[in-house]
Design a protein around this ligand. Sequence first.
Ligand SMILES: Nc1ncnc2c1ncn2[C@@H]1O[C@H](COP(=O)(O)OP(=O)(O)O)[C@@H](O)[C@H]1O
Ligand SMILES: [Mg+2]
Length: 265
Amino acid sequence: MPDTASSSDIIRFDRVATQFGGEVVYADLSFAVKAGEFLCLLGPSGCGKSTALRLMGDLLPVNGGAVYVAGGSPRENWNQLAYVFQSPRLVPWRTALGNVALAMELRRRDLTRADRAARARELLDLVGLARDADKYPRMLSGGERQRVAIARALAVEPRIVLMDEPFSALDPTTRARLREELLAVWRKTGKTIVFVTHDVDEALTLADRIILLSAKPTRVLETLALAQQRPRDLAGDAALRECRWRLLSLFARSGPDEVKEERHP
Ligand SMILES: Nc1ncnc2c1ncn2[C@@H]1O[C@H](COP(=O)(O)OP(=O)(O)O)[C@@H](O)[C@H]1O
Ligand SMILES: [Mg+2]
């Protein structure tokens, strides 16, 4: 165990090695996620952010080291996790309610059909879709579909929600609104959130802690804890401006990949 290990860690990467063919993604990657925190994994595209989530969810085995989830292996505890991907991946022939209930049909067989529907309604209400429960995905906007995906993730009562660039396909206004809503959902539910992004400002807006990854072979370049109240003023708050500058300069040196900046009004 690394000396940074603590009992409040709900996920831990302990000297993890991953390669595809001869290509090393990580040789020796260690970090931890604390229970209940909103953690952003920030890094250039191709550095292995999605791979890290797949390792957590037992969708990929490690080539070296170990991943721990909720005190056990990913294999033992995959059911403590739920995913939200960049595209919502909804079933087109089911309504919003039907999509959320479907997740429960697979993992919550203890509930009756009526209980599942009632619970799905509560979750749609939580993500601001109380009046859209009976709409099919094609009748919903991109932002609304992604809200359904968040409700579906919560439906299996996970302790941890893994989010892989979930807002990157949305327009800037919708993206900003969904970030606010996600923070509200996080506060209400107390889930641990691991949120992957390559957008410095998104990480600064959301995270309790940011882990900045380098380009391959990937290592942790920086860990930043952010205590600022939300909603955050990235342009006005001097400490946040300092963090932003630091992340952008580290990011720029981390490899040839793009640095994504959003303009502030
Ligand atoms: N199944 C796979 N087979 C081969 N290479 C892969 C596979 N999955 C990911 N990779 C490679 O591993 C690296 C990390 O990928 P990924 O985790 O998707 O990066 P990120 O999410 O940070 O953009 C990339 O170079 C990618 O091409
Ligand atoms: Mg990815």
